[in-house]
Ligand binder design. Structure first.
Ligand code: HEC
Ligand code: HEC
Ligand code: HEC
Ligand code: HEC
Length: 452
């Protein structure tokens, strides 16, 4: 298949040719596949792997596992059982994410970028040459649910065998549930309907598609017998099985509350957390906890893309996860607890006491020892390609001054994984360089955030 694709590409005809089997081509251009690659590496490869094999560095720490695209199995489709997904199916998954799994919603990316990424994923799965598969007939607008449709759905739920797997009350504990495995032979839990969380979306139409076409690669069958009204009736019944949870307040203990929230968002896939376990996609949050202002953490986890890229050497960026203000508050306390500090703003130096000669000395050291890796806003510009550490112009509102002193003296002692190397500075030299950097950062407005 790859060969045919290469041929099409080399003819420069994009995908405008009629694909195999007389299907129309996918609405994807060669340029979109190409543009999708760097976006895929930045946004998706942490979980799905550079090659699309589902073995990215976050995969070990998330459950269910990220999809291996090379196996061409897609669960969330509008196409008949056994078919590939439509291009719109893949786009929908990217836009909405898969609630109840680690897969975030990427609605924060522009639509054109999501389309490029979808094109790249379909190319990784080698599903472009075969053309665009046809979706099943659109079921239209869901008819209104009535007590009669719910009662009919309940009957079908039993006669069609849903309860064998999903259980009488929909808890995912039917008699067949324990022995189920996916196509790779891994045990697979049956969906618990009482939570009301559905990976493929919880609109009535989403559910209609899920059990009409089934979920490829899993024991979840497709249910196409009988009239459409039967499927809508099943939707209505399944939705009544949800048991609204009493809203439980977060635990008082900051570590326990943090564990609860980080489990909700699969933070461990990308970060080492309090027990020392987690992926190395983003920084070890125990060290971040010791380093960062609580205000900064709170703002960042709610809007991680607003500050621009922090660590230039990392391939990945932090996705927008939809963390609420209350959760952000608790995450701020969690990081502080992990870093063994009081939650609050970053500590600041007493710059009034610093003599001008010390600042000049600091500037000299910065130029000689730090500027090769760190920019300082517009004051000291380092070419982006050479930057390894964060731009230090934001440091005062972000990094604890006391933490930074220990860090600059010996970064490897604080974090053995650190990429920062500084040939030994004396404590006085560190103080001078810090005074210079913090003064510049405060003057650039970073202090406003710190003082809040
Ligand atoms: C934090 C981890 C994570 C990231 C980042 C991530 N995914 Fe996923 N993705 C998952 C997991 C886990 C699943 C499997 C869920 C399941 O099996 O129900 C998945 C499944 C999928 C699927 C399969 C849908 C189907 O129909 O079966 C697609 C397509 C997908 N992801 C695309 C992407 C794309 C594109 C990106 C980047 C824009 C991305 N993912 C980023 C974790 C992630
Ligand atoms: C052989 C066992 C089995 C039977 C029978 C079965 N299911 Fe499932 N179902 C599953 C499994 C396993 C999953 C979870 C798949 C996954 O996580 O990828 C699932 C998932 C689902 C989902 C969740 C979709 C989502 O987006 O999260 C719905 C809805 C569903 N089933 C409805 C039904 C209905 C309705 C019936 C009867 C017509 C039925 N199932 C019959 C095993 C079964
Ligand atoms: C898909 C991977 C991924 C997930 C999931 C993720 N992060 Fe991140 N996170 C990153 C990356 C990558 C960075 C570095 C961003 C940069 O350089 O711009 C980061 C940075 C951070 C930072 C800044 C740390 C520092 O020292 O500068 C904090 C705090 C953070 N993440 C918290 C969280 C929390 C809390 C969660 C869960 C609610 C979470 N992250 C989920 C990838 C992720
Ligand atoms: C060889 C490159 C390199 C040099 C030289 C270097 N750093 Fe760094 N620095 C880094 C990297 C990379 C990080 C990010 C943490 C990590 O990945 O280890 C960092 C992090 C920092 C931080 C934390 C910033 C934040 O926002 O998280 C401070 C403060 C810092 N460096 C100060 C300095 C100072 C002052 C000097 C000069 C005395 C210096 N660095 C020299 C690479 C370097």
């Amino acid at each position: 298949m790859k060969l045919a694709y290469a041929l099409v590409v080399s003819l420069g005809a994009a995908f405008a040719l009629r694909a195999e089997g007389g299907r129309p081509p996918r609405p994807i251009t060669e340029a979109e596949v190409k543009a999708g690659k760097p976006l895929y590496l930045r946004e998706c490869s942490a979980c799905h792997g550079e090659r699309g094999d589902g073995a990215g560095p976050a995969a070990a720490f998330v459950d269910p596992k990220p999809r291996n695209f090379l196996q061409k199995q897609f669960k969330f489709r509008t196409t008949p059982s056994g078919e590939a997904p439509t291009t719109a199916d893949v786009l929908r998954t990217i836009e909405r994410g898969l609630p109840g799994s680690a897969m975030p919603a990427f609605s924060f990316l522009p639509e054109s970028e999501r389309k490029q990424i979808a094109a790249y994923v379909l190319n990784l799965a080698d599903l472009i040459d075969d053309g665009e598969p046809a979706a099943i007939a659109d079921p239209g607008v869901a008819p209104p649910a009535t007590p009669e449709t719910v009662a009919h759905g309940k009957e079908l739920y039993a006669t069609q065998g849903c309860l064998n797997c999903h259980g009488v009350l929909g808890k995912g504990d039917g008699p067949a549930a324990k022995s189920l495995a996916d196509d790779d032979g891994h045990p697979i839990p049956v969906r618990d309907f009482t939570t009301g969380v559905f990976r493929g979306g919880s609109d009535r139409k989403d559910l209609y598609y899920r059990f009409t076409v089934g979920m490829t690669g899993t024991p979840m069958p497709s249910f196409t017998d009988g009239p459409d009204a039967d499927r809508w009736a099943l939707v209505d019944y399944v939705l009544t099985l949800r048991v609204p949870l009493a809203v439980k307040p977060l635990p008082q203990d900051p570590i326990k509350a943090g564990r609860e929230i980080t489990a909700r968002y699969s933070c461990r896939g990308c970060h080492v957390l309090d027990n020392g376990k987690g992926g190395a996609v983003g920084p070890d949050l125990r060290i971040s906890g010791a380093k960062l202002s609580t205000d900064w953490v709170r703002a960042f986890v709610q809007a991680p893309r607003e500050a621009g890229k922090i660590y230039p050497w990392r391939v990945w960026r932090m996705p927008h996860l939809g963390v609420t203000a209350e959760e952000a508050e608790a995450l701020g306390r969690y990081l502080a607890a992990m870093g063994h500090r009081q939650p609050g703003p970053a500590s600041l130096p007493d710059l009034a006491a610093v003599k001008p000669a010390i600042l000049e000395e600091g500037q000299l050291f910065f130029t000689l020892k730090c500027a090769q890796c760190h920019a300082l806003g517009k004051l000291i510009e380092t070419p982006l390609a050479a930057q390894q550490g964060p731009d230090l112009i934001h440091v005062a509102g972000r990094v604890d001054y006391g933490f930074a002193r220990k860090w600059i003296l010996d970064p490897k002692k604080v974090d053995p994984q650190s990429r920062m190397t500084v040939p030994g500075l004396t404590p006085a030299q560190v103080e001078a360089v810090q005074a210079f950097v913090w003064k510049a950062s405060l003057a650039a407005g970073s202090g406003a955030a710190a003082a809040k």
